[in-house]
Design a protein around this ligand. Structure first.
Ligand SMILES: *Cc1c(COP(=O)(O)O)cnc(C)c1O
Length: 384
């Protein structure tokens, strides 16, 4: 037996997500394009691209498809971006039957546009769908919606380093029905937002409040699904952390209130003085991040031992105090990698030194995503 957690077995999502995708030329044609009456003018487009924030501006088009019981997925369309009509009785507004994804399209130096592991996101979308009683969709529909929108809105993929077109596929119960059962009419949409760096301060360490009073997920719950409810439940603890002057909140496991899990929307890593790296193992209450998965793979291939294990917060705090833990970072698609400089709760308050480990992880990953380094893993997928 290998040392606990060190052996590498692919997760289901990693396995499904690495299946070859159809050639891009074959994707997206099922989405019928509706003409846009007034696309963004060059002047407005220029203004928007000059002041990129996160998730405030959207490209001109969006993808829509409808699922009904019996008929399956139909009415695939690319429509002008804009408000949608929804019955006040739509089940999502009452019971939160909803899932989403987040990935990015990156422009490489030669002008071409690429996504990063869209097959992983497609597989995770379906895993989330199953957990939330929503219909699954084919990788052709999921990736096809991205290809179709990016093809139309190619000019919204920014060029500057650190920028990208953030892609947000989502699915919700649109059936007007107040009874409690999985909806028989479901809407899929994909919207796109040109974005700059997620954290305004750039690659600066964030401070983290570890909450002992709230949990984002429990055993048997929906923690491993990317669903809005998990985020809704993280908002109050996030506010509490912010009131105390901290940037982000970190959750412990609900069963014992003693093991490190993740932030509201990012996974976490611990760097030890002996050069090894740890991350909480996937227990069903943690969201399996594509960034987490990529970092584990890259580090192991670099020769860094990475273990996925139970990380007790008390042991972690004493290891930080003794210098056995030298760095921590959080990771996710939006912010990529963010060093953690300060970790506190009701009963501890520790600062973490910075050893540039997270910065080198960040550089290695971003170089692959932006086409500045070779991609030995087949993670990048050209869409334009
Ligand atoms: C999306 C998400 C992550 C990060 O996943 P990536 O695929 O790396 O973007 C981590 N935790 C939660 C709770 C999430 O929703």
């Amino acid at each position: 037996m290998a040392q606990d957690g060190l052996e590498h077995t692919q997760t289901t999502l990693e396995e499904l997500g690495s299946a070859p995708l159809p050639p891009v030329a074959e994707l997206g044609s099922q989405f019928v394009v509706q003409p846009h009456p007034n696309p963004t003018s060059d002047a407005d487009w220029q203004t928007a691209m000059n002041e990129l924030k996160f998730g405030t501006r959207f490209s001109d088009h969006m993808a829509v498809a409808t699922w009904t019981e019996g008929a399956g997925w139909h009415d695939h369309e690319i429509r002008p971006y804009g408000p949608i009509e929804l019955s006040p009785a739509a089940a999502v507004l009452h019971y939160g039957q909803e899932i989403f994804e987040g990935l990015k399209a990156y422009r490489h130096e030669d002008g071409s546009i690429w996504t990063f592991r869209p097959g992983f996101n497609a597989a995770r979308f379906n895993a989330s769908a199953r957990r939330m009683g929503l219909p699954e969709m084919t990788v052709e529909d999921f990736v096809g919606s991205i290809v179709a929108v990016v093809r139309k809105d190619e000019r919204f993929v920014p060029r500057e380093p650190g920028t990208s077109l953030y892609l947000r596929p989502f699915m919700f119960a649109s059936e007007p029905f107040l009874g409690v059962r999985p909806a028989r009419e479901v809407t899929y949409m994909m919207i796109a937002s040109p974005v700059g760096p997620y954290f305004a301060n750039g690659f600066a360490p964030v401070s983290i409040w570890v909450t002992r009073n709230y949990h984002r997920a429990g055993p048997g719950g929906t923690g491993a699904a990317k669903t809005g409810g998990n985020y809704a439940s993280s908002l109050l603890p996030q506010e509490v952390a912010a009131e105390r002057g901290f940037d982000q909140v970190c959750f412990l496991d609900a069963a014992t209130n003693s093991n490190l899990e993740e932030l509201g929307g990012m996974n976490v890593f611990v760097v030890r003085a002996d050069g090894s790296v740890q991350t909480p193992r996937l227990t069903g209450t943690i969201l399996e991040g594509g960034t987490r998965s990529a970092i584990i793979r890259m580090l192991r291939d670099n020769g860094t031992p990475v273990s996925e294990e139970t990380i007790a917060i008390d042991a972690l705090i004493s290891d930080i105090s003794s210098g056995e833990v030298v760095e921590m970072f959080a990771c996710g698609t939006a912010a990529v990698v963010t060093p953690i400089g300060h970790l506190a709760s009701d009963d501890f308050d520790v600062k973490l030194p910075q050893t540039n480990f997270s910065e080198s992880v960040y550089n290695q990953l971003v170089s692959i995503q932006n086409g500045l380094a070779p991609d030995p893993y087949g993670w990048t997928y050209r869409i334009h």
